[in-house]
Design a binder for this molecule. Structure first.
Ligand code: GDP
Length: 387
């Protein structure tokens, strides 16, 4: 080969190398600009505490640092959430209209001239259709039977009073429904929100943040539902509206890592309440236990979890109850949030949920609106039912 040919080959190789290098550089730049730009290629700022299971460490090694979405960006005007008292007044009528068939049905049946076996069967059916549950229905009907016999003549107001008492007893009005959202010694309270996908967890977190803000609390949200791509965005939007920041991980980030970062940030910022949204995609008990258990463990390395709220969809009836039981076996549920009561005439589910799970219903969701979450009050509930 002559020297000239050799030089030509050398030149061609150099040109080719420059071309390939250029293409590679341009491609990697456009990929970064395409979505991951918010995530600096450094390891997470906050590492989980040592001593976590091996699986945790492996997952956390991927560079998925939590990202804080600051609230009150100039484009979003801060809203002042409706105070709880006013909200209850407004929601009472919605509750009454969704559950009126149950209340009206029972009153009509009870006011029959002749309360024979058939009438009692119909009363039983009405209660079971409203998801009161078989055991509670049997008890209620038995007591009503005895009481109506004792009463003899039954006027409308007497029957109303009788039914009020029976339903109230079944709702266990003495259960402690306090929401423990205040931390101790200047440290935040930690609330975890759990439940199956689609029941309204993220919405509940957003609404609850509003309730807390309306009570003068500072709130930090943690988007540990990293499985559903839109959940973090959804939560951050809720937060922005009331001035609560949201800690998020990248898509597919380890939920425990996000929860850990949120609590750490909450302590540093000195907020009153940290609210953590979790994913409920796992249908096997072991998977659920692993994920939720891990989230709880890493949170508790820093602070105790004050409340674990299980969100249930009132429209799912007994199906929802079966799923709910799995959650109560996996985590220590301290309160139930019953959503979508506005779209269901099965308010009786409150009775069966509390009896079967042994956990009080603390909050109810009565619509998709921002202020459609209310503390559950048995007296107001029965009152709305029979009004
Ligand atoms: P998640 O998957 O459990 O986080 O569920 P989401 O919070 O995304 O809610 C699922 C759907 O339920 C959304 O369309 C919500 O607007 C709706 N939702 C949540 N709570 C209520 C409620 O109390 N009433 C009604 N009607 N819809 C609700």
């Amino acid at each position: 080969m002559s020297a000239v040919t050799f030089l030509w080959i050398l030149l061609a190789v150099v040109v080719l190398a420059v071309l390939i290098g250029g293409i590679y550089f341009l491609r990697s730049r456009s990929q970064r600009a395409g979505g991951q730009a918010v995530l600096p290629p450094t390891p997470p700022a906050v590492q989980p505490p040592s001593g976590e299971p091996a699986a945790a460490t492996t997952e956390l090694e991927t560079p998925q640092p939590a990202e804080s979405v600051e609230a009150a960006t100039p484009v979003v005007a801060l809203e002042t959430p409706e105070p709880t008292a006013g909200r209850m007044q407004r929601l009472r009528s919605r509750l009454a209209s969704s559950q009126s068939s149950l209340g009206r049905g029972l009153l009509t049946l009870l006011s029959r001239e002749n309360l024979d076996d058939e009438a009692w069967e119909e009363i039983e059916e009405t209660l079971i259709r409203a998801d009161v549950g078989v055991a509670a229905t049997t008890e209620i009907v038995e007591r009503l039977r005895t009481q109506t016999k004792v009463l003899g003549t039954r006027g409308e107001s007497e029957l109303r009073e009788l039914l009020t008492q029976e339903l109230l007893t079944a709702l266990q009005p003495d259960l402690d429904r306090t929401l423990h959202s205040e931390g101790r010694e200047g440290r935040p309270a930690v609330l975890m929100v759990v439940g199956v996908n689609g029941v309204g967890k993220t919405t509940t977190c957003g609404k609850l943040a509003r309730v807390l803000v309306s009570q003068g609390r500072s709130v930090l949200l943690g988007a540990a539902d990293t499985f559903r791509a839109a959940a973090g965005e959804q939560l951050a939007t809720w937060g922005e509206r009331v001035g609560a920041a949201t800690i998020r991980g990248g898509e597919g980030a380890d939920p425990a890592s996000v929860a850990f970062d949120t609590v750490k940030e909450g302590i540093e910022r000195g907020v009153d309440t940290v609210l953590i949204d979790t994913a409920g995609r796992l249908h096997t008990k072991t998977g659920l236990m692993d994920e939720l258990g891990k989230v709880k463990r890493v949170v508790e390395k820093q602070l105790p979890v004050n409340e674990t709220l299980l969100v249930l969809d009132a429209t799912t009836g007994q199906n929802g109850m079966t799923q709910a039981k799995v959650f109560t076996e996996v985590v220590d549920v301290s309160g139930i949030v019953l959503t979508k009561l506005d779209g269901s005439a099965r308010g009786g589910i409150i009775i069966s949920v509390q009896r079967e799970l042994g956990v009080p219903v603390k909050l109810i969701g009565l619509g998709e609106g921002a202020d459609d979450l209310a503390p559950f009050d048995p007296i107001q509930f029965v009152d709305a039912l029979l009004s």
